[in-house]
Write a protein that binds this ligand. Sequence first.
Ligand code: SF4
Ligand code: SF4
Length: 110
Amino acid sequence: MKPQVIHLSREAPAKPALGETCNGCGMCCATEPCPIGMVISRRRSGACVALEWAEAEQRYHCGLLKKAAASGPSAQRLIARWIGAGKGCDASLEWQAATASPDASLPLPD
Ligand code: SF4
Ligand code: SF4
C-alpha cells in the first residue's frame, strides 16, 4: 500500500495491534472505506463519509452503525455483520504520527 496522509483527531486513541479490541482510533475508515462505506462514500479510497468523531467518548464511531441502531436491533445486527464490528481490529496498517504541522516552524505573530 502506498504511503498516505490521513487526518484524525489529536485526541483519538492510538491504533491497537491487529486482532486486539477495536478502540475506535478511526485509522481504518479514514484510510479506505469498507465495502458498504465505498457505496455510501462513492469512492474506493480516502476517508469514509460515515466516520464520526465522538467528542464525549474521545473515539470514532461508524455513523452507519449508529443510524442502524436507531432503526432497531435487526438492522443494527445486519450492519454490524457487514462492517465486521465486534471482531477486533482487522486493519493491518503501519502508521506514523506527524511530529509537527508544516507551519510549526513559522514565527508566531506579535
Ligand atoms: S478496526 Fe482497528 S483501525 Fe479500525 S477503528 Fe478499530 S482499532 Fe482502529
Ligand atoms: S465501518 Fe462505517 S465508517 Fe467505517 S468505512 Fe465502513 S461504513 Fe464507513
